[in-house]
Ligand binder design. Structure first.
Ligand code: FAD
Length: 371
């Protein structure tokens, strides 16, 4: 007879994979369910790169999560032999005057404060110092930089795959291609009804990313806005100039714009420099989102925000991909019990900055589920 389940994890993207792995590691009987076969390209956790940094401008409280996540990814690398975290350095550019803000007001000042508070190694660079150190960036005289050597990128699909593989090795059951239709409670515990079965467990954690509004219904729908975001890979004149070691991950709070741009070095085996901005005006759903990207989108972004910043890029887009952000009103995370079901925990760490914290949040959700 199968052991009764301690927990069911609904959705196995960044957060669900981390939570399932951490529960299995603790010896818990856990079932992870996903409507797709993660890692996959339909939610928020696909692709090759997510920015990670330790001094967190969205709020000092996040830095311990990012620091712990780096430790967990290094442990996972030792266990799996996979490269998950590349600390190629990160540059945040901001400055005076009307300019973009990254996620929250005071992002640059908050970053500096967090670096000081948590003893995170960093340098503050004025515009001439940025130009000398990183000549790829055509910064303005009013620009100032924060450089963090331990920043870089995590590999989202590799992280999800590594954690799910280890979870399975430790006895977790994974039900893939199975869609959860209903979550609730009965006197015996919590339950999850899917298109295939009824599963019961002591606790349920819902980490369904951009599907949360539809899965949790009207009480939650208004708390999340799902927004389509598009990533572009632009051709460099000289790829070596934009490789890790020469070119950092970056966030640039551009003067005269509402939203920043961010980007990555050319990854091993890649050809283009991945750069994106963010948009929060237009909402969508995982079902209705336009997955195809019109070639004009890459050209428009390049002309509006990138051409003047990176003279070493040709403007030719090599690829474009669409992805989903699950936004909250204040850009912070939602991690709390379901209002109607005390045994059900809901977790959405997105708003465009959740991946870097996901390993540590999974660890802390696993600890919470034991109480
Ligand atoms: C374009 C883009 C760029 C980003 N850049 C960064 C960055 O640079 N740095 C950073 O830290 N963060 C970044 N983020 C945010 C980060 O990627 C997300 O916070 C994170 O991936 C969210 O993971 P998740 O597990 O909440 O959601 P998801 O990865 O979407 O996982 C949800 C899972 O739930 C499953 N599911 C949904 N409904 C059901 C159901 N009914 N039944 C069964 N399964 C279901 C889905 O199939 C999916 O696998 C970015 C996000 C995007 C989209």
């Amino acid at each position: 007879m199968e052991r009764p389940l301690d927990a069911i994890v609904v959705g196995l993207g960044a957060l669900g994979a981390a939570t399932t792995w951490q529960l299995a590691k603790r010896g818990r009987a856990v079932l992870g369910i996903d409507r797709h076969h993660p890692p996959h390209a339909f939610g928020s956790s696909h692709g090759e790169t997510r920015v990670t940094r330790l001094a967190i401008g969205e709020g000092e409280r996040y830095s311990p999560l990012a620091i712990r996540s780096h430790e967990i990814w290094r442990d996972l690398e030792r266990e799996t032999g996979e490269r998950l975290l590349v600390e190629c350095g990160g540059l945040i550019v901001s400055g005076t005057g009307a300019r973009a803000t990254c996620h929250v007001p005071g992002f640059f000042a908050n970053t500096l404060a967090a670096a000081k508070r948590f003893g995170i190694s960093h340098e503050v660079l004025d515009a001439p110092a940025i130009r000398r150190r990183f000549p790829q960036f055509a910064v303005g005289d009013d620009d100032v930089g924060y450089y963090e050597p331990s920043a870089g990128y995590v590999r989202p699909e590799a992280c999800v795959a590594a954690q799910l593989a280890l979870a399975r090795e430790r006895g977790a059951r994974l039900a893939l291609g199975e869609t959860v239709l209903e979550i609730g409670e009965s006197p015996e515990g919590a339950f999850v009804r899917t298109d295939r079965a009824l599963h019961r467990a002591a606790r349920v954690v819902v980490t369904a990313g951009p599907w949360l509004p539809e899965l949790l219904g009207s009480a939650w729908a208004g708390r999340f806005r799902v927004c389509r975001q598009v990533l572009h890979w632009y051709e460099p004149l000289n790829a070596t100039d934009f490789g890790p070691g020469r070119f950092p991950v970056f966030i640039w709070e551009l003067a005269g714009h509402a939203q920043p741009i961010y980007g990555f070095p050319v990854v091993p085996g890649g050809a283009g420099v991945k750069i994106a901005t963010e948009q929060f005006e237009r909402t969508t759903t995982p079902q209705s989102m336009a997955r195809d990207v019109d070639a004009r989108e890459a050209g428009e972004l390049f002309a509006a925000k990138i051409a003047g910043c990176f003279p070493g890029l040709t403007g030719r887009s090599l690829a474009s991909v669409a992805c989903l952000y699950t936004m909250t009103a204040d850009s912070h995370f939602v991690i709390e019990p379901h209002p109607a079901f005390a045994r059900v925990l809901v977790a959405s760490a997105c708003s465009g900055h959740g991946f870097k914290h996901s390993a540590a949040i999974g660890e802390s959700l696993a600890a919470d589920l034991e109480t």
